[in-house]
Write a protein that binds this ligand. Structure first.
Ligand SMILES: NC(=O)c1ccc[n+]([C@@H]2O[C@H](COP(=O)([O-])OP(=O)(O)OC[C@H]3O[C@@H](n4cnc5c(N)ncnc54)[C@H](O)[C@@H]3O)[C@@H](O)[C@H]2O)c1
Length: 334
């Protein structure tokens, strides 16, 4: 299968490596980047082909496109692929705003093509087991969900203005998980944020730490927290509590938290440090799934409408924090 991958930065390099190892793709992979030298270096390392620009991806007869370029390029590239009738895998988010997201989804739907979004936690074994536990009923009636994402260290300052902020960039993964694991919709949010850490967050109009309370349509209460400043390590978890049992995803011997109890579990000797390490198998699995989707062997595991719902929750949080009030999801277009 000839796949054209656009954007060979951090995540693009990881995805290209996984695709070049895939037996269906292997050496047929084509990569490109706004920085052609970067694409060429990666192609040489992987035994792939470097295309001089994005145009070639659409004229060299690829079977599918993988978009791992900067977020600002996603909407236009999704539209181009849709008009060319090509299936697309795109890293989250579709766009930084609702209007751009809705336009891209409309183009895909008008063309009748596939858009699979990169919410890799759907392919993480711990989150998948949590979803199964909720579905099986073994937790009893669910009442509380706690979702969290803690980055060990902040991203480079230049990333912040392009990221869309902590709710859209990071917590959007937790919002997707709250929906996907529980199978319920968020009806309202109340969100707060703090910029008391390094000045670069204030200077970018962003926050370094956030907390939101989400009400789900069956009355379950979910909290979602995120920080860019968790020196202990990269900590991504979800706890679900029901009337019969309580479970936790992402809780293992690498979870960067130290118990204060003498009989508690020992502190992790090798705590998680970042997303590529923590979710490596999940990223690989989502791309394997995309190859199967392109071959018509499975249904799309995360389409544009799913990504839109997670973004709507993020948008509601931005509004809630700004206006210091509870925001019903019905206020957010979608
Ligand atoms: N799912 C996840 O967990 C996850 C993790 C990290 C990043 N992401 C997403 O992946 C995307 C890329 O993030 P990154 O961290 O790899 O960024 P990055 O800055 O490391 O890489 C982006 C690359 O895209 C290239 N680029 C930008 N505009 C382009 C264009 N119009 N055409 C071709 N190439 C272009 C840049 O030159 C750069 O090499 C972002 O949308 C980000 O939100 C998702």
């Amino acid at each position: 299968m000839r796949i054209g991958l656009i954007g060979t930065g951090r995540i693009g390099t990881f995805h290209a490596t996984a695709l070049s190892r895939h037996r269906e793709v292997g050496g047929s992979l084509i990569v490109t980047d706004a920085d052609p030298a970067r694409a060429r270096r990666l192609a040489d390392r992987l035994g792939a082909t470097a295309a001089p620009g994005v145009d070639e991806i659409f004229t060299w007869g690829v079977d599918a496109v993988v978009i791992t370029a900067a977020t600002s390029a996603h909407g236009e590239l999704i539209g181009r692929a849709a008009r060319a009738g090509l299936p697309v895998f795109c890293e989250k988010p579709i766009a930084l705003d609702l209007a751009g997201t809705l336009t891209a989804i409309a183009e895909v739907e008008a063309a009748g093509t596939v858009l699979q979004m990169g919410f890799q936690r759907r392919f993480d074994s711990g989150y998948a087991a949590a979803r199964e536990a909720v579905r099986s009923g073994r937790l009893g009636r669910l009442h509380t969900v706690r979702a969290m994402t803690s980055d060990q260290s902040p991203p480079p300052a230049e990333h912040l203005p392009l990221s869309g902020g902590l709710y859209r960039d990071t917590l959007v993964h937790d919002f997707d998980m709250v929906r996907w694991v529980t199978g319920r919709e968020v009806t309202e949010v109340c969100a707060m944020g703090s910029d008391a850490g390094p000045a670069m967050f204030r200077e970018a109009g962003d926050i370094d730490t956030a907390a939101a309370v989400l009400t789900l349509d069956d009355g379950v209460l979910a909290t979602a927290t995120a920080t860019r400043l968790n020196g202990a390590g990269y900590d991504v978890r979800m706890e679900l509590a029901g009337e019969l049992d309580q479970i936790g995803a992402g809780l293992d011997d690498r979870t960067p938290i130290t118990s204060t109890e003498p009989a508690g579990p020992p502190a992790a000797t090798k705590p998680w440090t970042g997303f590529l390490e923590r979710f490596g198998p999940a990223y690989e699995a989502e791309l394997h799934a995309f190859v199967e989707v392109v071959r018509g062997e499975r249904a799309n595991p995360c389409d544009g409408r799913e990504a839109l719902q997670a973004l709507r929750v993020a948008e509601a949080c931005v509004l809630s924090r700004r206006e210091r009030r509870v925001v019903p999801l019905a206020e957010i277009a979608g």
